[in-house]
Design a protein around this ligand. Structure first.
Ligand code: ADP
Ligand code: ASP
Ligand code: MG
Length: 290
């Protein structure tokens, strides 16, 4: 079976959670499934990046420096714990630092210009996912699961609605088949950034907040996957947000129309657009608790 598995911010946000992810992916591989993994930024990272950029626009570049340190600390904690061997530890930390240096210089420019365009904001918003895929792929590799990190800017082509771009499905399907299918054929698990894409001329875009769910269903559709599994921190789609209504119940099964409507009216468990790509080809979506 070909399964696209998406892990949200909480699911890749701590040492324990990442160990859980490794176990889940290993289990699927050992069952003989082909797996494409989609990951979000570590929990809280996207908000920190956006805040740093917005503060820079108003002339405060010191916040961006704090953001850099805070995100670096999140990753370092994980890397120190899960990638003790310097073979994995040092190159990954170097890659994270390259991305954070890029964030610094973008914020520096934003501070000088005093202007933050939606296009620049998308470049910055997507940096957390670019750090996260590298981290998850390294952890898998270090646990004897062959994996490769990929930026979805190479896979998901979108229009230029920065902040809430829509995928262009035919060229996206072409890219996904060209880049992901050979990896799967070689037994390598692609670990793809959620949330981001790029225009046909290569300018980075984002699919809207919570957009990693959408990434998973776009890839599911593009690859003709058997199922899409959204791993998160609740027991599936529930009758209400369990944080607000403690006795909310799990809804065992919903039609595409029903879950689409729930998402549209604010059930954060799924991005409102995420059902679109899978609905037409009737690819089942499971919402699972890690
Ligand atoms: P992730 O980072 O995994 O994408 P999100 O925080 O985006 O996770 O979405 C999961 C959260 O959605 C849950 O923790 C829950 O508080 C909230 N939520 C809101 N409405 C619902 C619902 N109807 N069913 C389940 N979860 C819901
Ligand atoms: N990291 C992005 C966000 O916080 C996308 C996602 O989590 O799905 O909105
Ligand atoms: Mg989400």
């Amino acid at each position: 079976m070909l399964i696209v598995m998406k892990f949200g911010g909480t699911s890749v946000g701590s040492i324990d959670a990442l160990q859980q992810v490794t176990g889940i992916v290993k289990k699927a591989r050992d069952r003989g499934d082909e797996v494409v993994v989609v990951v979000s930024a570590m929990g809280g990272a996207t908000d920190l990046l956006l805040n740093g950029a917005r503060q820079a626009e108003s002339g405060d570049v010191a916040t961006a420096r704090d953001t850099h340190q805070e995100i670096l600390a999140k990753h370092t904690e994980v890397i120190d714990a899960l990638l003790v061997d310097s073979q994995w530890h040092d190159p990954l930390l170097a890659e994270i630092n390259v991305l954070l240096d890029e964030f610094d210089s973008l914020c520096q420019s934003i501070g000088v210009l005093g202007e933050l365009t939606p296009r620049a904001l998308d470049v910055i918003a997507g940096m957390g996912e670019r750090m996260s895929v590298r981290q998850v792929a390294a952890i898998l590799e270090c646990n004897n699961v062959r994996a490769q990190a990929l930026d979805a800017t190479r896979l998901i082509l979108t229009d230029d609605q920065y902040g809430s771009a829509s995928p262009l499905m035919p060229p996206t399907a072409e890219r996904c088949q060209a880049l992901l299918s050979p990896l799967l054929g070689d037994g390598v698990i692609p670990v793809v950034t959620g949330f981001i894409g790029a225009t046909q001329s290569g300018i980075p875009t984002t699919l809207g907040r919570g957009g990693s769910d959408y990434t998973a269903t776009i890839l599911g559709r593009a690859l003709g996957a058997d199922e899409v599994w959204i791993w998160t921190d609740v027991n599936g789609v529930m009758t209400a947000d369990p944080r607000v209504v403690p006795d909310a119940q799990t809804v065992p099964r919903l039609s595409f129309a029903e879950v689409g409507e729930m998402a549209y009216f604010g059930a954060k468990v799924l991005h409102p657009q995420a059902i679109r790509p899978v609905r037409r080809s009737a690819i089942p979506v499971r919402i699972l608790n890690t």
